[in-house]
Design a protein around this ligand. Sequence first.
Ligand code: ADP
Ligand code: MG
Length: 676
Amino acid sequence: MNLLSSLDKVKGIGPRTGEQFALAGINTVGELIDFLPRAYDDFSHVSKITEVAPGKVTVKARCEKISTRPVRRGLRITTATLADDSGKLQAVWFNQPYRETQLKKGEEFYFSGEFEFSYNRYQLTNPSAELVKDLPVQTGRILPVYRSIKGLKIPLVRKILAELRPLITMLPETLPAEIVRDEKLISRSDAVLKMHFPENATDVELARERLAFEELFQLLLASQLNRQENAKLTGWHIPFEQPVVANFVKQLPFELTSAQRIAAWEIIQDLERKTPMNRLLQGDVGSGKTVVAGLVACQVAHAGFQTAIMAPTEILASQHAETLNRLLQPFNIKVGLLTGSVKGKPRKTLSEQISSGEVDVVVGTHALIQDSVNFKKLGFVVIDEQHRFGVSQRLQLLKKSEFMPHMLAMTATPIPRSLALTVYGELDISVLNELPKGRKPIQTKIWSPNSRAQLYKEIDAEIESGRQVYVICSLIEENVDNEIKSVQAEHKKLQNSIFKHRRIGLLHGKLKPSDKDAVMQEFVAGKFDILVSTTVVEVGVDVPNATVIVIEDADRFGLSQLHQLRGRVGRSVFQSYCYLVTSSSSKPSQRLRAVEKSNDGFYLAEVDLKLRGPGEIYGRAQHGALNLQIATLADSKLIARAQKQAKRFVEQGINLLQYKQLGATVQYYQRLTTLN
Ligand code: ADP
Ligand code: MG
């Protein structure tokens, strides 16, 4: 039997069990060994029931009485009386009615869970239950808990893994020996052994450290290698011309912030180098990224190269095109807009102008990456709201040049440092950590739905003083149980009653692109007082006169999304407000309170990362690599260690191919995270 053997070679796995494993994606012995516990139950300290104190506890007890009752729709509570020689206590489970059949009277179990005060009494909440006689005697009292696989009980999984013990002790080392030594890590086989069969808590810690280090090292090595490869490419040389930049800055209606100056300078220096730029411009919503891109595009056009700017929505693309046209026209730089709704003759003309080089700056949506779009001399590519695009879409755009163009990715979703280092390790980063002068911080407030009358009064006062308002709802269609506000229903409601005297627009993703644009243009032109919209306004749109954003059912949105939406206001010298209306009057979530408390996108991104994990936030397709098994990106110390070793590995020019398994994983990560 070896790692590639099929599961039927393992003692204890018959055809049925094998099938269940296969359904969970486990087909070989090696995959089964890699099926690591998701948690541990600690049975090393068993308390007598009379001695139980609040906190995490384990008792060895029998179940005397157990019953389940429905409390409300979607909630069934199972309560049991547990007894040992010393006394009794109550245990409670939420939506686990199977406990009734599991906990046979008279059998002894270990119950492990939180002993806490809830529902007016102290009780053991959602404890795990392990049949005492099922516990393998040879192992310690710390038991691995595996992700549940349909049809397979955890004790069986444990028993099967125990069969593989000899094989695990022979697992080959995957990290270079010097790194294992320098970092004082335990060997791979030891780590996997300790994960499955820990003797005590220290075992688990050592094993996790080793395996987490390995994951991070692979990820960081991949980005270091990508960086190295990028440095070998030849790019366009675009010389810095001071007068061009100075003139551009002079005609701006405002003064650049120093953060904008620094970022622009960093970019311009990159363009002078022989290697293509690979840079991320991070700036909180409203920090003024567009004008930085415009300034660089001006320099690029002056040197005779074209710029392509790709934005995720038509609204945004057309707004950028307009802004840039205003900024660049005085310099005789021609800006074109290419989106899905540019069709027929105009499209043909534009395509020709792009391939002849007549248009210097092309702003567009995904339409830009189509095969029919050919540039004459593409020198600079800007990807706005880069997290909205997949790797392949960015690559397709970059390929439209003879040499690798300089690339600037822009994002308003600030990326926590740990993440920037691990996943965007191959990028240079510029940060706009400063808002333009005169902006007042947006005031954010959570509203419960029963104070709506007051809320509408405040909104009306804002409109009276000439400002405009966004109302954001989460769904398009009218909803039967009317629990979720749909834009259409909301629009009707506001227009027919409270805001009869106001002009209200309606915007959602199912409108034709041209209609969407028309609505948005009218809002920009001040023809609506209120715009009722779905999250299509989420990214990038700029209406400085809008000072209030009301987000209905705010608890349904993610934290970063709320922050993005809030960024639609606060774009002028007027005081702006963000009102988060909860869907019920119950206590607002941690998420909402974080948004209420802080306007700092970087801080909120850290909170979001902790609450939801990177996979959820940054998208699975783009960052599959982020679905780390063991490492957490909050572990900045371990990340720093892995980073140091990855750098050293690359600097010493060690050949990755001598480490077979490491090489394969790293190459996989390289493809997954590459931006060049
Ligand atoms: P974002 O970084 O969110 O993409 P934008 O580029 O849309 O921000 O800019 C937001 C608004 O701020 C725009 O109306 C823009 O004209 C304005 N702006 C940009 N830079 C400055 C500045 N230095 N001073 C004043 N206003 C600025
Ligand atoms: Mg923007």
